[in-house]
Design a protein around this ligand. Structure first.
Ligand SMILES: CC(C)(COP(=O)(O)OP(=O)(O)OC[C@H]1O[C@@H](n2cnc3c(N)ncnc32)[C@H](O)[C@@H]1OP(=O)(O)O)[C@@H](O)C(=O)NCCC(=O)NCCS
Length: 170
């Protein structure tokens, strides 16, 4: 996704007063170590399995190494109901530009359709723009149709490259 005028864009609806966007009702802040349980609950509800070690390490690193990771939390009813986490890259994999990889996003199913993910993406875009990130990439499972639909709505499109893999035979 180019960090330019896109759906869920921080530059959309510039004619609206503060508080008039749908996403204004969803406060977004940095995710902290204390949010681990909430993140695990949301991720388990979305995926059906637990990735405790991954998220514990990610939250630790987001706080300790803000130049490598950024993680955001969205709150409603005084609780974390959604999160997004990204990793920054500079010049890796032959991409000379500063880019970010969106590693995970989740919204608790009880809060689906309430602009939580849109609020996270809007704030994320503001942060990435301030950090001079030019491109954000993500990987989605081929059969994760819900997520693909959301990313399409959020302005993502297939990248012009193929991701290949093969099993290592034993
Ligand atoms: C996909 C997901 C992030 C959407 O969150 P959400 O808070 O319900 O989305 P929002 O309410 O902010 O929707 C924003 C926009 O995207 C659209 N949208 C949301 N989900 C969509 C979907 N599956 N397909 C197409 N569009 C979608 C909405 O209609 C809305 O558009 P609008 O403003 O024109 O009405 C959420 O359902 C989720 O967490 N799913 C599971 C993700 C997952 O598996 N994560 C783990 C691996 S990373």
């Amino acid at each position: 996704m180019a960090i330019d005028r896109q759906p869920f864009s921080a530059t959309d609806d510039l004619d609206l007063e503060p508080g008039q966007r749908d996403t204004d009702a969803v406060p977004v802040r940095l995710l902290t170590r204390q949010d681990l349980d909430a993140v695990l609950r949301i991720d388990a509800a979305a995926t059906g399995y637990s990735r405790k070690d991954f998220y514990r390490a990610r939250l630790e690193r987001s706080q300790a190494e803000s130049s490598v990771h950024l993680s955001l939390a969205a709150e409603l009813d005084n609780q974390v109901v959604g999160f997004v986490t990204v990793t920054f890259y500079q010049g890796e994999y032959g991409h000379p530009e500063r880019s970010a990889s969106l590693d995970a996003i989740g919204v608790h199913p009880d809060y689906a359709g309430r602009h939580v993910a849109a609020a996270l993406m809007t704030q994320l875009e503001m942060n990435l723009r301030a950090l001079h990130v030019e491109t954000i990439r993500t990987e989605v499972d081929w059969n994760a149709l819900e997520l693909i639909g959301f990313f399409h709505k959020a302005g993502f499109a297939p990248a012009p490259r193929l991701c290949l893999e093969r099993k290592i035979t034993r």
